[in-house]
Design a protein around this ligand. Structure first.
Ligand SMILES: [Zn+2]
Ligand SMILES: [Zn+2]
Length: 189
């Protein structure tokens, strides 16, 4: 039995040796005779529930989007637009990353859905227009971060207004392996 999410809302195609049926997870119905005639919760409905549970197919209200860095499928809310990142390429807010160009340490303050060729800095420049970003995809979502030395000099929470915050195409920031993370105070870096 194979399950495929259909593009229309909440519907799944279930292919079996005995035939192909459409399950509607929103109304809990199936086109098979078992459900249609006897009104039972058929094996196709149960199979769709199971595949949603283990993350093989998107849940109702979700769609599959491609990670902007590696192309892997990611489930996102169906009505949410914008660039997305998979778990492997999406840095956690508050995590340390290294800028591949300047080789400097930063802390991530936000992961946006805005592409590098749409996100503009305060002076109106697109992130993709900076020469240092030429090697990174214009379609990648912008990750916002602050340089660590800068962050530590200013008291209060990160990313308050007025703090110097920079945007980067996602793949320009390298996530750090556990043994690369600073475990001493980073003041002065
Ligand atoms: Zn069925
Ligand atoms: Zn990815």
């Amino acid at each position: 039995m194979a399950v495929f999410a259909l593009r229309s809302d909440d519907q799944y195609l279930v292919d079996t040796d005995g035939g192909s049926y459409v399950v509607d997870a929103g109304s809990d119905t199936c086109t098979c005779p078992d459900h249609g005639i006897r009104g039972r919760r058929c094996k196709h409905l149960r199979r769709v529930d199971m595949e949603i549970g283990i993350g093989r197919v998107p849940a109702p209200g979700e769609r599959v989007a491609a990670c902007a860095v590696c192309g892997a499928g990611v489930f996102v809310p169906a009505r949410e637009a914008g660039a997305v990142l998979c778990g492997a390429h999406r840095p956690a807010v508050g995590s340390f990353v290294r800028d591949r160009e300047a080789d400097k340490l930063l802390v991530v303050t936000g992961v946006t859905r805005t592409r590098a060729d749409e996100y503009r800095t305060s002076d109106g420049t697109r992130i993709s227009d900076y020469g240092t970003n030429a090697e990174y995809g214009d379609h990648e979502p912008v990750v916002e971060a602050v340089y660590v030395g800068n962050a530590m000099r200013s008291p209060g929470p990160l990313d308050v207004s007025g703090r110097k915050r920079y945007g980067f195409p996602a793949s320009r920031l390298r996530r750090l392996a556990p043994d690369e993370r600073p475990h001493k105070p980073v003041i002065g870096i």
